[in-house]
Ligand binder design. Structure first.
Ligand code: PBG
Length: 390
């Protein structure tokens, strides 16, 4: 009996072996035939090798329980499960100001202007009517006021303190943010004081403290140091506190990269660096982890919000900061990003409204709480068409 079982097993094994040969030979021949000479329409239900099933009503059916499209089937359900919204109160609207009494369009930033103090107030009035309540001011300073120590940056009668007072007079509830950096006032076009072609850290901080105090005295609600000197957040916090401005906030430009996307802004302020670049203080675009070092320092030094700049090319940095810290995160959708959208829209290559609103939503999805954008007013106008938010 045992021998019979052995024999039978052997026969089976040999048979398998022979069949496997046939299989190896047949497979390539069959697939060659399919791909080369068969022009018939693919039939998913072909008897013998059906690849698709039918349900009991004979309709095609790919058996799967999980179908994410159910949560996208109409706008009601889409808006029900939407994870983020964009609303006017998310925005800080940057405004360029100058001492001339006319408004002048910036050629590389269509529909953005250097405002006179009068047209600045008109722009704010309109923006406020659409729900934009926060503004950041950038002055264009005439050349004769630019010096190597940027003393004009803390002139109490300078354009920024004057503008702050005018805005606060008319709109006491509007939030005013100021940029703390020396470049608009520096004869060298750098964010700090230059000595022997070097941007000197601690000496620059001394000037930045004076500038921040002057902004606070004029009524600024938030000062935003954009200079990237080491230790400036703590130093400015101490200076503000020692003058009694404990409730003036600091929005730190935490991860500000040495970026080509600032080009149009420098056109607007006529603040291109007089020599070299800003790589010895602004971050290397290659570095992501470095932003976390900057973030820990700014948190420890008393920053109230952290900013990443530019915005869209640096969404990963926004996300990293959001997950590594507990402070609100701001993103600056900078001049070059604005210019790109405007240029493509002008050519008819992009639907401006859709592309801009998508961009703003992407900021929110990446973890941004506050968006600085030259599109702020326009976005608020578009949002008003859809009930105030998307
Ligand atoms: C200067 C400053 C810059 C921007 C904001 N503050 C330019 C720079 O660092 O050279 C850029 C903003 C933009 O491009 O929209 N401290």
């Amino acid at each position: 009996m045992k021998q019979v079982i052995y024999l039978f097993t052997w026969i089976l094994l040999i048979q398998e072996y022979v069949w496997s040969f046939r299989f190896v030979q047949l497979t390539p021949m069959k697939s060659m035939k399919l791909s080369m000479s068969n022009n018939e329409e693919f039939d998913a239900f072909k008897p013998g090798h059906a690849v698709l099933q039918r349900n009991r009503y004979d309709e095609p059916w790919v058996p799967q329980r999980i179908r994410p499209r159910r949560n996208r089937k109409n706008e009601v359900i889409r808006s029900m499960v939407r994870e983020n919204i964009v609303k006017p109160s998310d925005f800080i609207y940057p405004l360029f100001i100058h001492n001339d009494n006319y408004k002048q369009e910036i050629s590389s930033m269509p529909n953005c202007f250097r405002h006179s103090l009068t047209t600045m107030l008109e722009e704010i009035t309109e923006a406020v009517s659409f729900g934009i309540k926060s503004f950041v001011l950038f002055p264009k300073v005439p050349d004769h006021l630019k010096t190597s120590y940027a003393e004009e940056s803390y002139n109490p009668n300078g354009i920024v303190p004057t503008a702050i007072k005018m805005i606060k007079d008319k709109f006491p509830d509007v939030l005013i943010v100021t940029d703390v950096a020396l470049d608009p006032y520096s004869s060298m076009g750098h964010d700090g004081v230059v000595v022997n072609k070097e941007i000197v850290n601690d000496l620059s901080i001394m000037q930045l403290q004076k500038q921040a105090i002057m902004h606070a005295r004029a009524g600024a609600d938030i000062v935003a140091p954009s200079d990237m000197m080491d230790g400036r957040i703590g130093a400015i916090r101490d200076a503000l506190d020692s003058e009694g401005y404990t409730s003036v906030s600091i929005l730190a430009y935490t991860a500000k990269y040495a970026s080509a996307y600032y080009g149009p802004f420098r056109d607007a302020l006529d603040s291109h660096p007089g020599f070299g670049d800003k790589k010895s203080y602004q971050q290397d675009p290659a570095n992501g982890k470095e932003a976390l070092i900057e973030a820990s320092l700014d948190v420890a030094e008393g920053a109230d919000m952290l900013m990443v700049k530019p915005g869209l090319p640096y969404l990963d940095v926004i996300y990293r900061l959001k997950t590594h810290t507990n402070l609100p995160i701001a993103a600056y959708h900078v001049s070059g990003e604005y210019a790109m959208l405007k240029a493509a829209a002008k050519q008819g290559w992009l639907d401006e409204k859709k592309a801009v609103l998508e961009t703003m939503m992407c900021f929110k999805r990446a973890g941004t709480d506050v968006i600085l954008s030259y599109y702020a007013k326009q976005v608020a106008i578009w949002l008003a068409e859809t009930g105030g938010y998307i």
